[in-house]
Write a protein that binds this ligand. Structure first.
Ligand SMILES: [Zn+2]
Ligand SMILES: [Zn+2]
Length: 183
């Protein structure tokens, strides 16, 4: 059996492919929670007050089943900055059992249809320039901005440079939303 296959990774409802988004990666290190070298580790630090850096020390299985959050008393994906009302269970799954992502100003997770959206990673230039009217309207409403500002941000976007467009998809209606931040 190919234990390095991404198909063996746990299923994260709100972060379906953390390897593709660059937040979980191959590693031969043993996980500090389950003590096993399972082939992958979470590349980011966990969220906690100070203390040590847990980057590259926690396997995705211990994130998925909540063991890492309870054993180390940490959280992962950021849950505080959500405007929409979503159930406590969704927030708990996001903060305690979902790998986070790296961004410039601190990660923000978007919500829609009374649920947290799933994170799909950095947008391509094409995805941003071909954003639907609904996507642009959602961004303008969430940021109290008009389409002129959206167009300015889009025209300055180069993936991997100093503006980030992070892609979120609603699990219920399929709306794509972008969280935009800058270095
Ligand atoms: Zn583990
Ligand atoms: Zn929706």
């Amino acid at each position: 059996m190919d234990t390095m296959s991404v198909n063996h990774l746990p299923n994260f409802r709100y972060h379906p492919d953390p390897v593709a988004t660059g937040n979980v990666g191959p590693s031969s290190s043993a996980c500090r929670v389950c003590q096993q070298a399972r082939g992958y580790v979470y590349l980011r630090d966990a969220l906690h007050e100070g203390r040590e850096d847990f980057s590259e020390q926690i396997c995705p299985w211990c994130i998925a089943d909540g063991r890492a959050a309870s054993t180390l008393d940490v959280e992962f994906a950021f849950s505080l900055d959500i405007d929409e009302v979503v159930p406590e269970t969704a927030l708990e799954e996001l903060s305690r059992r979902t790998p986070g992502y790296a961004s410039f100003q601190g990660e923000k997770w978007l919500a829609h249809c009374s649920d947290v959206c799933r994170f799909l990673g950095d947008a391509t230039m094409e995805q941003v320039s071909q954003a639907s009217a609904a996507t642009i309207a959602a961004w303008c409403a969430a940021n109290n901005a008009d389409e002129t500002l959206w167009s300015e941000l889009v025209s300055g976007y180069v993936p991997g440079a100093d503006i980030g467009f992070y892609t979120f998809e609603c699990l219920h209606c399929g709306l794509i939303q972008f969280h935009v931040d800058a270095a």
